[in-house]
Structures are given as C-alpha cells and as structure tokens.
Design a protein around this ligand. Sequence first.
Ligand code: ATP
Ligand code: MG
Length: 303
Amino acid sequence: MNAISVRDVYKYFGTLCAVKGVTLDVVEGEFFGLLGPNGAGKTSLINMISGLSVVDSGSIEVNGSDVSKDYLRARRMLGVVPQELVFDPFLSVYQTLKFQSGYFGIKHNDSWIQEILGALGLDEKADSNMRSLSGGMKRRVLVAQALVHRPPVIILDEPTAGVDVDLRQGLWKFIRELNERGHTIILTTHYLEEAESLCGRIGMLKKGELVVVEKTEQLLQSSEGLTIRLLIASGDCHLPESLNSFQTKLIPGGAEIIVPNASNVEEVLAHLRVANIKYDSLQLDRRDLEDVFVSVMRSGKDG
Ligand SMILES: Nc1ncnc2c1ncn2[C@@H]1O[C@H](COP(=O)(O)OP(=O)(O)OP(=O)(O)O)[C@@H](O)[C@H]1O
Ligand SMILES: [Mg+2]
C-alpha cells in the first residue's frame, strides 16, 4: 500500500505557483528524502499532506485516506515535525506531550511518552517550561510531539536545522529504528550527506516541480566519477583547452575538473603539466549526492 499518494497537486499563493502538478507515491515502509533549495515548495507540499493547507487542484491520500474527504483518519495516520518552532510557552515538556496525546484521544500514553523522552534525550527536561528550553531542545520536543500517537507515517521537515551533533546522531538512530519497525519516513533536509546515508529514495523539487524521483543508489551511480580540485595560491587559473573534453569549473582560489574514473587523473595531470599550470594543492573527491543535487538544480533535467 502507498503511505502517501499525491496526484497532480497544485498550490498557488496569489500568482505564485508554489507546487506545480506534483505526482508522487511513497510506499509503506520507505525512508524517502524530499530535497530542494529554499522556496522549492517542500513545506507547501507537506502542509497539504498534513491538512494544514488545502490543495488548489489534485488529490492527496495518506494510507489510503483522502486528506480532505477523510481528514480525521488521514491526520491520525500522520506525525509531522514542522519546520517552524511552534509551542505553548506556558506548558512543560511533559504537559505538551500529554495534551498532544489528548488531541488524538489517547488516555494512557505515559510509557510511550517516557520512551520518546528517553530516545530524544529529554528526560531531564520533562518538567521544564517550554519557554525555558534552548532552540535545539524545543526542536526535540516537536519531534516528540509528532510521535505521541505512534503514527505509521512520519514527516520531518528539516528536523536537524540548528541542533547539535549529539541530537542529530540520537535522532537518526531513533528514526532509523522506527523505520525498521515499519514506520514510513519522509524527510526534508539541506544536509545532503544525511539524506544520502538515510534515504532509500529521493525526490527533488525545483520551483514547485518534482524533477527527479530515484533510488539514492541509482542517483549516485548516475554521477560516478571523481572531482579533481586544484588550489592555486595566486588565484589566477586558466585551464588549458586540452581539458575541454572534461567538465570543468573555476572555484574561488582554483578550479575543479570532473573525470569519469581514476584512470583519467593521470591524463589531466599531464595536460596541466604541458600547459605549465602550477597548483599549490590537489584534492580528489568521490562524487556525492551534493554533486547530483547541484547538477540537477542547474540543468533542471533528470539525473
Ligand atoms: N503562506 C504563504 N503565502 C505566500 N507565499 C508563500 C506562503 N507559503 C509559502 N510561500 C511561497 O511558496 C514558495 C515555496 O515555499 P516553501 O516554504 O514551500 O519552500 P521550501 O521548499 O519549504 O523552502 P525552505 O527550504 O526554505 O524551507 C516560496 O516562494 C514561498 O515564498
Ligand atoms: Mg520549508
């Protein structure tokens, strides 16, 4: 069954089309990454999935329930960690989670609340007032709040923005475990190395359009190769024409040359020697999700 099914969805804000004909299925049990630059439409799409805003056209189902026709059931299937910090400053952490359970009609939830508090490193803050918490701690509570009703589908909208290394690691361990227990996870993040290591499949939004949906493995394979990064102290870099058969670009303080495989490195170095290009240091990097992301966003085409 599909955990999320989005069909030709559009969202307008005045004349701005924030989400343009997005169609997407996320299968039950998946760990799905929704990526895109600022303003691409990720949060707009998530808000429509969670029923916070309505679609202008198209339809959305969560675990088979239509988000507008069967709102209550669809909402119960879903836990959303919102991008913006929203909380009641007068409640303690524990009360916040207790009230949230109440909204879903759950009475005896203490052992689950304790488990969530422990997993998110919040046990010592249980009785603290929300307004006294640091930004990162507040974000932990938002994650806890999304989980109180044990939703089968969990959407996290940039959950690690502004949180320390400790929580990141703890949070990912916990979210991975939830995924292993069968929960479907949808994650948006600007930390592409997080997406690369966590998500089995990735969708990329560009100006409201879903331009790529692919298995992470496949995306990485499609961009096999190495980046040769040259740093030149004088900052004066003119690459020879003999390198035109490779993808090259000037970067601050040097240049990058992308080669299909390791055997091309020697060839590139030979061309640099012949052209008498003197570099101060040279770095070799495997192509990663960030490279794929950048090239997709530049071209707007698949892969
Ligand atoms: N309530 C609103 N009223 C008017 N415009 C809006 C509203 N919400 C979003 N937008 C616009 O819709 C576009 C998509 O915004 P959205 O918040 O969905 O992007 P995003 O991909 O989540 O970006 P970010 O990575 O910065 O969180 C932006 O141009 C934004 O300014
Ligand atoms: Mg957003």
